[in-house]
Design a protein around this ligand. Structure first.
Ligand code: PLP
Length: 450
């Protein structure tokens, strides 16, 4: 049998022989092998060689509650024994789906009181494409089809969600984007706003939405989608002027606003939802990741009372076998209970996020760092060879980030690189002393990369 006790090299050889990995070059697997992670507790991962890492990425921005919470495993086991599976199609339902829908309606802001379940953020965003178009068809405007998104956005990996996303490397493979999806520039002031005032820049970028709506025609546009903070694009926080202007434009031209909260949701920004942090009032909200802290695959689209009322006027011919899977719903409920009852989200807002900000921003003094910024428990640094001019590394994009990431690994820290930006998104249970360790190790890695 293949177990944790096998030599790492053998596991890596088997892995390279049979396992196609997401976002991984095959050559890298054959040359070096993948890092084999064997167990985890709290904020710490352990690999097959016995090395520990502070996981400053919470897996893929998802293990909000931290690793090793047995209550979630128990909730899954209980549900598997009682009712391991049933679907929610064709007028059936079950208690875990009812209870989770009810809980989400209580937790989400405004009147986002209705949820369509999926198993991932990608599936939820695919749902959103059909959902917003169906909404307009139901309202007698079938020509309102276009969805406007942003360059460098990440909304998932399926055909629909990756088309919504604005990742050029993804669009270059496999025939994307699908029709009727348009991209405006991102509100990335540090990288693209050089000589402008941030407030002006935020307005200018938001007004690109208005220009795009006018170009396409107001009667052709169904929705705008955006992450409150662009996560996979490099933790890019828009200037304060951006979201109010986006909101105003969506209202003025009668287009739906979709907040993709897959990363920002469930405490990441210091409130339950990024929409609360940035005062966004969306019609549709995408959730995944932190809703179940990654212990079971779950995503969903939350919609407002008005959107739900229109959708309920027809049969929405859409659904996944695992929409509202009872086991994942039970796990999510337990996760949300703990996040709430242990005050984990509240503590992020009042204690750990301000502490991370204070510590993380000291990295800006490093000669390699052009910018160090934080939003809640998400942080980023921009690596620059000439910080006074916010220069980018001339070599292949991402080289400096990749080197820095490898130094992090060798020093017991998992950070991710997005081109020349290094990003973090640690479990929300991280303590102040673990934040000290995180920043110390990041400093060491930066010194070594310099
Ligand atoms: N939306 C955002 C903002 C994300 O960050 C991600 C994943 O990173 C997704 C959607 C896609 O979610 P999933 O990987 O669960 O399909």
């Amino acid at each position: 049998a293949i177990t944790n006790h096998m030599p790492t090299a053998e596991l890596q050889a088997l892995d390279a022989a049979h396992h196609l990995h997401p976002f991984t070059h095959g050559d890298a697997l054959n040359k070096k092998g993948a890092r084999v992670i064997t167990r985890a507790k709290g904020v710490t991962l352990t690999d097959s060689e016995g090395h520990d890492y502070l996981d400053a990425m919470a897996g893929l921005w998802c293990v909000n509650i931290g690793y090793g919470r047995e209550e979630l495993a128990d909730a899954a086991a209980r549900q598997m024994k009682e009712l391991p599976y049933y679907n929610t199609f064709f007028q059936t339902t079950h208690v875990p789906a009812i209870a989770l829908a009810d809980r989400l309606a209580q937790l989400t802001p405004y009147d986002l009181n209705h949820v369509f379940f999926a198993s991932s953020g990608s599936e939820a965003n695919d749902t959103n494409i059909r959902l917003v178009r169906t909404y307009w068809e139901q309202k007698g405007h079938p020509e309102k089809k276009a969805i406007i998104s942003r360059k460098n956005a990440y909304h998932g990996s399926s055909m629909g969600s990756a088309s919504l996303g604005g990742m050029s490397a993804m669009h270059a493979q496999g025939g994307m984007p699908i029709p009727d999806i348009h991209h405006i520039d991102q509100p990335y002031w540090y990288g693209e706003g050089k000589d402008t005032d941030p407030a002006e820049f935020g307005l200018e970028r938001a007004r690109q939405l208005e220009a795009k709506i006018l170009e396409l025609g107001e009667d052709k546009v169904a929705a705008f989608i955006g992450e409150p903070v662009q996560g996979a694009g490099g933790v890019i926080v828009a200037p304060d002027t951006y979201w109010p202007e986006i909101q105003r434009i969506c209202k003025k031209y009668n287009i739906l606003l979709i907040a993709d909260e897959v990363i920002c949701g469930f405490g990441r920004t210091g409130k339950w939802f990024g929409s609360e942090t940035f005062d966004i009032n969306p019609d549709v909200m995408t959730i995944a990741k932190g809703v179940s802290s990654g212990y079971a695959p779950l995503g969903g689209s939350l919609v407002s009372d008005e959107v739900a009322e229109v959708l309920n006027g027809c049969e929405f011919a859409h659904g996944y076998t695992y929409s509202g899977h009872p086991v994942t719903c039970a796990v999510a409920l337990e996760n949300l209970r703990i996040l709430d009852e242990e005050g984990i989200v509240t503590r992020v807002g009042s204690e750990t996020a301000p502490y991370l900000k204070e510590k993380w921003e000291t990295l800006a003094a490093h000669p390699l760092v052009g910018e160090a910024s934080v939003c809640g428990l998400m942080g980023s640094i921009a690596l620059s060879p000439d910080k006074a001019n916010r220069a980018k590394f001339a070599a292949e994009a991402g080289t400096a980030g990749l080197i820095c990431r490898e130094h992090c690994f060798s020093n017991g820290l998992i950070m991710r690189h997005v081109g020349d930006r290094m990003v973090i998104s640690p479990p929300l249970v991280i303590t102040k002393s673990e934040i000290d360790t995180l920043v110390e190790r990041a400093n060491i890695a930066l010194d070594l990369a310099h």
